[in-house]
Design a protein around this ligand. Structure first.
Ligand code: UT7
Length: 331
């Protein structure tokens, strides 16, 4: 497709709740150890939303920061897209609730259920609307409160997840702007849908006393199988963009992948042959915040001065569905 316009990231922001849950706290809850969690996942602590906070509250805080950074006002937004699997309610969408919080009306607002790939999926959609000239500013967010659907008796999963939100303003780039989306790809493989799933609470198995007693409304994951598929899929997604744009990995300034496991990030980096110094990692502080990991890591790296205007950034995600995707931008 010949684009009429280019899209760019005009502003970023993130918000994480104050409460910290450390590996040592988890040692008191399930049969695990700080040593096991650190060596197997790279995580040291994660954030937990307060009882009063819902996903839209986290998204709102992150949005205000991204809007400020982009030097726009909420009324300049033309669309809101949220990637989440732990929204305020099964319906309506968390995007519509955020729209109200931002004081907006009469713009499209919708959520995407693509697991940890939700933000990458959202940016892909925003790009199409901006390149076609239909909109100028899209708020794309990844937000999760996965600790609400965590089985705190299951040591295989309860050590992994944290809460947080990452927000981005995707805007139309000026013709002279060097910042722009270069390429993006999203895809899915539904044959493995049952490897990472919230079994109850939907139309197949509505919430019941039995489903709650059996913990079927919490997250279930076959971690080991997911691990292997994550590395392979994100490698495919990254290499596709490099190949399609005739780029060598050496030209990439920063790789930001979904922060699910340090060993996944390292294995992917090794396969892509990228210098570990060029890989952004913050998993030790926040654990796996699902759709929020990439926009949180991106915002942190920009605000700390690590990632600068003009840098070439390759991003890749993988999650429930199974979904995966990649995004190549010049900031
Ligand atoms: O965000 C969406 C995508 N998610 C991911 O990509 C997550 C992918 N998966 C993973 O990150 C890893 O598979 C885990 C961190 C979930 C698990 O690590 P692993 O190296 O694959 O361990 P495992 O599941 O093969 O389990 C190894 C052993 C088992 O004991 P046995 O059977 O060998 O005796 C587990 O019972 O480790 C045991 N184990 C634990 N031990 C202490 C599992 N969880 C724990 C724990 N503490 N928390």
């Amino acid at each position: 497709m010949i684009a009429n316009y280019y899209a760019k990231i005009a502003g970023t922001g993130h918000y994480v709740p104050e409460k910290i849950l450390t590996n040592f706290d988890l040692e008191k809850m399930v049969d695990t150890s700080d040593e096991w969690i650190r060596t197997r996942t790279g995580m040291r602590e994660r954030r937990i939303a307060s009882e009063e906070q819902a996903a839209s509250d986290l998204a709102y805080q992150a949005s205000l920061k991204a809007i400020k950074k982009a030097k726009i006002k909420p009324k300049d937004l033309d669309m809101i897209i949220i990637g989440t699997i732990s929204g305020d309610h099964p319906f309506p969408s968390t995007s519509c609730i955020l729209q109200k919080k931002l004081g907006l009306k009469n713009i499209p607002a919708f959520d995407i259920s693509a697991g940890c790939s939700g933000w990458i999926y959202g940016t892909n959609i925003a790009k199409q609307y901006i390149e076609n000239g239909i909109v100028k500013n899209v708020l794309v967010i990844g937000v999760e409160i996965l600790t609400r659907i965590t089985n705190w008796n299951d040591r295989n999963t309860c050590i992994l997840f944290g809460d947080g939100a990452g927000a981005t303003i995707i805007s139309r780039a000026e013709p002279k702007d060097i910042s722009r989306f270069i390429d993006t790809e999203i895809t899915a493989d539904g044959t493995h849908y049952d490897l990472l799933i919230q079994t109850a609470g939907g139309s197949k198995m509505p919430a019941s006393k039995e489903s709650v007693e059996k913990n079927l409304h919490t997250l279930y994951m076959e971690g080991n199988k997911i691990f292997k598929l994550a590395v392979k899929s994100m490698q495919i997604a990254c290499e596709l963009l490099l190949h399609r744009n005739k780029m060598d990995i050496k030209s990439i300034d920063w790789l930001i992948t979904h922060q699910a496991n340090m060993r996944i990030i390292q294995a992917l980096g090794k396969r892509l042959k990228i210098d570990p110094n060029n890989v952004i990692v913050n998993i030790e502080k926040y654990g796996n915040t699902s759709a929020a990991t990439i926009p949180i890591a991106l915002d942190e790296a920009i605000r700390s001065g690590k990632i600068r205007h003009g840098d070439l950034i390759l991003m890749a995600s993988f999650g429930a569905g199974l979904t995966y995707g990649s995004l190549l931008i010049r900031l």
